[in-house]
Write a protein that binds this ligand. Structure first.
Ligand code: NAP
Length: 277
C-alpha cells in the first residue's frame, strides 16, 4: 500500500504521517520545507525511514504542484491513499504568482491540481482513497463564484477560509460522483479544534477568538484521529463522498450537499487551472 500526504510537516498532518507510515509500504511526503520534513523523518524507525520519499511542493505555485506529481509518477505506478491535508488561514489578501488568492490556492486549487495529476495512479490501485481535511468553518461560507480571487470584493480572511473549506467538501463529493464507479473512495473531514500552528499569526476577530479558544483545543494527536481512521478503514461504499467528524459521518451544510455548487466549483477550478491540467 502506498500513501501520499500534503502538509505532513506540522500539526495534524505530522501526526497522521508518523502514525500511518508503519502501515504503508511507501510514503510520499509532499511538503515545501525539506528541513522540517527531514527532522520528522528522523523520528521514525530506521525501517520506516526507508519507506519515505520527500517530494518538494508549494501548493500555491501550480508549476511546483505539476512537478511534484510528475516526480511521484516517475517513482510509482500506483497510489492507494492521497491525503490532502495542507492548508491555512491568511490574514491579509495575498495573490500568488499565478494570480490566485492565497487561501484558495493553498487549500483548494493546489489540491485539485495535485489530485487531477495523481488520478491515473490512484485508479490503478485496488481500492483507492482521497481524503480532504476540511473544517466545520465551511458552514460560514459565502461563495461568490464570479470573484473567487477577490478582484472586486473586500477581502475577508475568515470568509475566504470558510469558502475553501466548503470547496474541500464539494470537491470530495464530485470525486466520489465522477470516479466512484471506477473504484475511487473519497472522504472529507473536520479534525476538531486543534492546537497546531494553524491560526497563530491571525489577528482581528478570528485571531482574538482563536486565542481565547486555545485552552479548550484538542491535541494534534487527537485531531489526527479521523484522518487516520479514514486512511486505514474500509468504509461502506454507500458512504462514498461523505463528510466525517470524530470518525463518524455527519451532515455538512446544505451548500456542501448542493450539486449545483459542486458542478460550478469543478468548472471554475478547471477554468482557473487550464494551463496546468
Ligand atoms: N487546527 C485546527 O483547529 C483545524 C480545524 C479545522 C481544520 N483544520 C485543517 O487541518 C489542516 C492541517 O492544519 P493544522 O491545524 O495541522 O495546521 P498547521 O500546523 O499550520 O499545518 C499546516 C500544514 O500545511 C502546510 N502548508 C501550508 N501551506 C502550504 C503550501 N503553500 N504548500 C505546501 N504545504 C503547505 C504546512 O507546511 P509548513 O510546515 O511548511 O508550514 C503544514 O505542514 C488544514 O487544512 C486546516 O485547514 C485545522
Amino acid at each position: 500500500m502506498k500513501l501520499a500526504i500534503t502538509g505532513p510537516t506540522s500539526g495534524i498532518g505530522a501526526v497522521a504521517f508518523s502514525k500511518l507510515t508503519p502501515h504503508f509500504k511507501e510514503v510520499f511526503m509532499i511538503a515545501r520545507n525539506e528541513a522540517k520534513a527531514k527532522k520528522l523523518i528522523e523520528t521514525l524507525t530506521i525501517q520506516d525511514q526507508k519507506k519515505v520519499k520527500f517530494i518538494y511542493c508549494d501548493l500555491t505555485d501550480m508549476e511546483s504542484v505539476v512537478a511534484a506529481a510528475k516526480i511521484i509518477k516517475e517513482k510509482t505506478s500506483n497510489l492507494d491513499v492521497l491525503i490532502n491535508n495542507a492548508g491555512g488561514i491568511f490574514q491579509n489578501k495575498e495573490i500568488t504568482k499565478d494570480g490566485f488568492e492565497m487561501s484558495l490556492a493553498a487549500n483548494h486549487l493546489g489540491h485539485f491540481l495535485l489530485t487531477h495529476h495523481l488520478m491515473p495512479l490512484l485508479l490503478t490501485s485496488g481500492s483507492p482513497k482521497v481524503i480532504n481535511v476540511s473544517s466545520e468553518a465551511h458552514r460560514a461560507a459565502k461563495v461568490d463564484f464570479n470573484d473567487l480571487n477577490y478582484k472586486q470584493k473586500k477581502f475577508s480572511s475568515f470568509t475566504s477560509y470558510a469558502n475553501v473549506k466548503l470547496f474541500n467538501i464539494l470537491f470530495i463529493k464530485s470525486l466520489a460522483e465522477k470516479f466512484g464507479e471506477k473504484g475511487l473512495n473519497a472522504f472529507s473531514l473536520h479534525p476538531g479544534v486543534v492546537k497546531t500552528n494553524f491560526g497563530k499569526e491571525t489577528a482581528g476577530i478570528f485571531g482574538f477568538f482563536w486565542k481565547l479558544a486555545a485552552p479548550f483545543m484538542i491535541t494534534a494527536a487527537d485531531g489526527a484521529k479521523t484522518t487516520i481512521y479514514l486512511a486505514k478503514t474500509k468504509i461502506d461504499s454507500l458512504k462514498n463522498g461523505y463528510y466525517f467528524k470524530k470518525s463518524k459521518p455527519v451532515k455538512p451544510s446544505t451548500e456542501a450537499n448542493s450539486e449545483k455548487m459542486r458542478d460550478r466549483l469543478w468548472l471554475e477550478s478547471e477554468a482557473l487551472l487550464k494551463h496546468w491540467l
